[in-house]
Design a binder for this molecule. Structure first.
Ligand code: SER
Length: 361
């Protein structure tokens, strides 16, 4: 399945479950002082979770452009070295604002993955929050555990700690226990040697989280304490590029059709070949990732600069330039030449890339 179809299928599925489909919000946050960029699908909806506003509908789904290079969620230094972290990525999400809760969120996630996308159940693991004995003193999420039992063998339901199974958008804000869905896409030989469940959340490139279902019920206050939200909500986020890796049966996000056209263009421009030499491969991955982050950011109105959010973009651009200069031996500017293929491939889903192409270049 091509990436365009994977994205459309997600949105169609939730439309059929009475969700309103909305376009991605801008990645650049102008009215949330706790964030420089949207770092998760739920960030644009934060005020609805807190009860400070009312959404157009109590069920919404979308794909949201996210940037994880600053603040609590920061993946920058991993990008390029591994095959599944990105600066900019798309997060497919469905939301319930005081509408459905755990039962439906879990049932629909399972239905979409196993019946619509037809992912083999035997490559899936799920996690639930085990509770915490710290100041928050939270109980284990037995409700989620009992719901998952209806769908998946109990030895595939793993308990996770606060770091992995209690989602918080930042130091403050809405939060709650979560259940993650992980895939194990290793070969049968590798699976026979090492049990997949020992690799969940252990940074294995082929045993990765694809979807996080967050059961929002608290607000973390500035003084560090938790208070109950006025209502319970659902916030889910599925890593689009990772989902494409699974459905396109490849072992790296960079081998999906989200990245291969950009990589082919880098090879042509720099006269190199991907997958020949490790240092060059890293550089090619860095550049193919970073050009997306910089292009989407400029399209959303955040240009590189020397302060604040602009400096984050400048650092990403500089990292891409440095890898091209050092490892691909490219001494003249070339990253702007990738914008054309990017806007051709992604411009349908994100028309701002086409509209702002010249400015971005
Ligand atoms: N907020 C959760 C996350 O970013 C799920 O969308 O992982």
């Amino acid at each position: 399945m091509k990436s365009q179809e994977i994205r459309a299928t997600f949105l169609e599925f939730f439309k059929s479950k009475q969700h309103l489909i909305v376009p991605s919000a801008s990645m650049v946050t102008k009215d949330d002082p706790t964030l420089l960029f949207v770092n998760s699908g739920m960030a644009p909806f934060k005020e609805y979770f807190l009860g400070n506003g009312t959404p157009k509908k109590s069920r919404i789904a979308d794909t949201q452009k996210c940037l994880r290079v600053s603040g609590k969620h920061n993946d920058l230094e991993e990008v390029g070295y591994d095959t599944y972290h990105h600066t900019l990525f798309e997060m497919l999400g469905n939301w319930s604002f005081g509408d459905y809760f755990k039962k439906e969120a879990i049932a629909w996630a399972w239905e979409l993955l196993t019946e619509v996308y037809k992912i083999d159940k035997d490559i899936l693991y799920v996690t639930v929050f085990e509770g915490s004995n710290d100041d928050d003193n939270l109980e284990m999420d037995t409700e989620a555990y009992d719901i998952w039992k209806q769908y998946i063998a109990e030895d595939r339901i793993l308990k996770g700690n606060k770091k992995d199974n209690f989602w918080e958008m930042g130091d403050q804000g809405p939060c709650g226990p979560c259940s993650e869905i992980h895939v194990d896409i290793r070969t049968p030989e590798e699976k026979a040697k090492v049990d997949g469940k020992t690799l969940v959340n252990e940074d294995h490139p082929q045993v990765v989280e694809i979807w996080n279902l967050v059961f929002m019920q608290y607000n973390r206050k500035a003084n560090g304490t938790l208070e109950n939200l006025p209502n319970k909500h659902i916030d889910t986020g599925m890593g689009f590029e990772r989902l494409c890796m699974v459905l396109q049966d490849v072992k790296s996000n960079y081998d999906t059709d989200v990245f291969t056209p950009i990589i082919r263009e880098i090879e042509t421009i720099t006269n190199t070949k991907y997958r020949v030499e490790e240092k060059q491969d890293i550089a090619i991955r860095v550049i193919s990732d970073h050009v997306r982050a910089v292009a989407f950011s400029i399209a959303d109105g955040q240009l590189p600069s020397n302060t604040g959010a602009g400096y984050v973009i400048r650092r990403i651009l500089r990292r891409a330039v440095r890898y091209g200069f050092t490892f691909l031996d490219k001494k003249e500017p070339f990253i702007f030449r990738l914008v054309d293929i990017l806007s051709k491939k992604m411009g349908q889903a994100f028309p701002e890339l086409k509209a702002q192409k010249q400015l971005i270049e």
